[in-house]
Design a protein around this ligand. Structure first.
Ligand SMILES: N[C@@H](CCC(=O)N[C@@H](CS(=O)(=O)O)C(=O)NCC(=O)O)C(=O)O
Length: 226
């Protein structure tokens, strides 16, 4: 099986919502690894709560997008896990590290990108804004959402400090950790949550990231979801 999996021909399905911030993480990884020809995207309408219906929950207990479906029926949720799978399929560029040290640092910085930025913005979206609407947001706590928004802004300052010292989030090379922080800033942009003006290194890094074809050419709000 292992050999077959590495074949370039193996097809994959990604269940997602084309313009979502978390789906963007996997779509950017797919583009970086030149795996687009092997992927079919299946749209799941978050705004209609399709991701909370039993038939989707059978694919992903957590009821979130994206989910990778392999041709043997395996479902893999969680952007980090999906990216690690995609990265293991093929060669360059390596997104999750070549050495034990690189793998550890990249995983840490990607997880920090979730904890301190992306996930915090997501909680703000779901709790302190109308989010996906009353059919989906069955419980909201605005104070908790606003606290997480403030946490995310602190996270922006943290990553600004990191990017004053090094060109990429996990060190000297582009990695999954950059993709996670890009996802956070995509979510911030969607919510009109600005990156503080004093976070010049973060802003400069983001401008550089947006020049990467995988980021520049991604599906955005201005285009119909696939
Ligand atoms: N921990 C998950 C979180 C994924 C996630 O929250 N995805 C969003 C998709 S999007 O908002 O970025 O498009 C979602 O399903 N949100 C729906 C919900 O939380 O009800 C991951 O990393 O994959």
């Amino acid at each position: 099986m292992a050999g077959r999996e590495k074949q370039r021909g193996l097809s994959m399905k990604i269940h997602d919502w084309a313009t979502g911030p978390y789906p963007a993480r996997v779509r950017i990884a797919i583009a970086e690894k030149n795996l687009r020809p092997r992927v079919t995207f299946v749209s799941v309408n978050l705004w209609k709560g399709e991701h909370k219906k039993p038939e989707f929950l059978a694919k992903n207990y957590s009821g979130t997008l994206p989910v990778l479906e392999l041709d043997d029926g395996t479902f893999i949720g969680e952007c980090t896990a999906i990216t690690e799978y995609l990265d293991a399929l093929d060669g360059a560029p390596v997104l999750t590290g070549r050495t034990p040290r690189e793998k550890g640092v990249i995983h840490m910085m990607s997880k920090r990108g979730e904890l301190e930025l992306l996930d915090a913005i997501s909680v703000y979206f779901h709790h302190a804004t109308p989010g996906l609407g009353p059919e989906v947001e069955i419980y909201q706590n605005a104070e908790w959402g606003l606290r997480q928004r403030d946490k995310a802004v602190r996270g922006m300052h943290y990553f600004n400090g990191i990017l004053k010292q090094q060109p990429f989030v996990a060190g000297e090379a582009f990695s999954m950790a950059d993709i996670t922080v890009i996802g956070g800033l995509i979510f911030a942009e969607l919510l009109k949550l600005p990156v503080p003006a004093e976070c010049e290194a973060l802003r400069a890094w983001y401008a550089r990231m947006q020049e990467r074809p995988s980021v520049k050419n991604r599906v955005t709000m201005s285009e119909p979801a696939e």
